[in-house]
Design a protein around this ligand. Structure first.
Ligand code: HEM
Length: 121
């Protein structure tokens, strides 16, 4: 969320002072022009290609007010995933209903039911 403090031009658009602007993160992260026809598919390989535009992917924001916890969050996520993969196998429950919503971050509207099975050594 950003608020203009004076009248500004965004491209050809006149934006008055004190207008609140919400960066459409989910829309941009699912834009066919940027990500292609399979933009809604889970495809981590797409990140092996260089980004078309710096603002094509910004889950932690951009610029001087970018998320200060970005590196911590990424390390935490990698450690968490590594621990799960080491100790468990997992699959999505048949009760899971895919219905993501944007509420500060992108999250499953009806929670994500995941079935974990401990891997015995
Ligand atoms: C997956 C985890 C996280 C996501 C997706 C996330 C995302 C974001 C986003 C989108 C912003 C706004 C950036 C902007 O306005 O351009 C932000 C700001 C911020 N985040 Fe995070 N964040 C995460 C984790 C964390 C963690 C772990 C911390 C602290 C330990 C943290 C602390 C902050 C702070 C303090 C700001 C405000 C920065 C500022 O306004 O200067 N975040 N975050």
């Amino acid at each position: 969320m950003r608020q203009t403090y004076k009248k500004v031009m965004v491209g050809s658009l006149k934006v008055p002072a004190k207008t609140q602007l919400f960066l459409a993160l989910t829309a941009i992260h699912h834009d066919k022009e940027i990500w292609g026809e399979d933009c809604n598919e889970f495809n981590p390989d797409r990140f092996s290609e260089p980004r078309k535009h710096i603002a094509a992917f910004f889950p932690f924001g951009l610029g001087p007010r970018t998320c200060v916890g970005q590196n911590l969050a990424m390390i935490e996520a990698k450690i968490f995933l590594a621990m799960i993969i080491r100790d468990c196998s997992f699959s999505i429950s048949p009760t899971y209903c895919h219905s993501p919503i944007m509420f500060l971050t992108l999250q499953p509207q009806h929670a994500a039911q995941i079935l974990f099975r401990r891997i015995s050594c």
